[in-house]
Design a protein around this ligand. Sequence first.
Ligand SMILES: C[S@@+](CC[C@H](N)C(=O)[O-])C[C@H]1O[C@@H](n2cnc3c(N)ncnc32)[C@H](O)[C@@H]1O
Length: 266
Amino acid sequence: MLNKLLFHRFPNLKSWLTRIQYDLITKFDRGNEVLFMNFGYAHPEPIPLSPEEEYHRYPLQMYHKVADHHGVNWQNAEALEVSSGRGGGASFIVRHFKPRSYAGLDFSARAVEYCRKQYQHLKELSFHHGNAEEIPFADESFDVVVNVEASLYYPNPHRFFEHVRRVLKPNGYFLYTDLRYEEKVAVWREQIKAIGLKLVYEEDITDNVLRAMDLDRERRKALVDRYVPRFLRRQFYHFAGLAMDNIASTPHLEKRRYWYFVLQKA
Ligand SMILES: C[S@@+](CC[C@H](N)C(=O)[O-])C[C@H]1O[C@@H](n2cnc3c(N)ncnc32)[C@H](O)[C@@H]1O
């Protein structure tokens, strides 16, 4: 409830609190276990993963879902991920889809610092500190822009969309997934159609996300219990997609719907 009020009435305050929360995750994660921060995606056919990747299966499958669009020629791509968080998705895409280069951008300075150290062995990867609403890259510099579960925190998503259109090269792809409260979905889809990019594909993936949250709940709860001080746990259970009132109850997205979009600069 408080969350919803913040989202709707005070988006700048919400954005500021979000930055503190994501900075705290980097501070708390002493075991280096939080490489992804999305709710996850349950694939109808689970993708084959290495033993190290298996621990991150559901949030990693979200990245696989987003990146695996047949139109994208990853092998020659210069890609940008806006709100790359702890870099798990960036590292996965670089290893599995093999773009020429992949830049991650995030407004959490701690997350960027963490990623620069954690992934220094992947030469195609670079991490940059900056705001999604003022993307610090030149016009027409990327073949692909990726954005996973982050634009809900941006106070002015239309500014982000304008920058995406600006930094994409002609024919470049915008691979985008996020969630919105049910009553806001229609407006959101109109905003997306108004970006000035061609909508190539769209899908409501809420059921896959809910299924992932269910399958991944014990891991998420254990993570919060292990690293977060007791007095902050309620807030972090909520953040990790565990119900706030009763963490044993069925996962839910607070009446939000999760969508996946593929757009192209035609
Ligand atoms: C839910 S996390 C998702 C991170 C990553 N995409 C993933 O799936 O693991 C949201 C991310 O958005 C970033 N973020 C929120 N507002 C931002 C903004 N205005 N500009 C850039 N990054 C932002 C946060 O720092 C955080 O890393």
